[in-house]
Design a protein. Structure first.
Length: 94
């Protein structure tokens, strides 16, 4: 069983001149639980960071913040998935 937990923080910068910005940081944890034995053979923790400028189609800085958060989560999970695939490649079949 794959268990995933993400925790994201976001920061906003309103600008008088220029485009508003949002920055997000994410920490993602992945755990593999062997339900047959109750053991945890693999864990990983990774971080992701992203900065996004407000684009013309966005109504508010909240949308920009959500987009930055999604990018940060994606970067953190990409790192976790790479490690998970490497671990799964070391497991011998039944």
């Amino acid at each position: 069983m794959l268990i995933v937990k993400t925790e994201a923080r976001e920061y906003r910068k309103d600008r008088v001149l220029g485009k508003d910005e949002a920055r997000a940081y994410c920490e993602a944890e992945c755990v593999i639980l062997d339900v047959r034995t109750g053991t945890i053979p693999y864990t990983s923790v990774s971080q992701g960071e992203a900065t996004a400028e407000k684009i013309d189609g966005e109504y508010s800085l909240s949308e920009t913040s959500s987009r930055a958060e999604g990018m940060a989560v994606e970067r953190a999970m990409t790192e976790n998935v790479a490690g998970l695939l490497e671990f799964l490649g070391t497991i011998d079949g039944p």
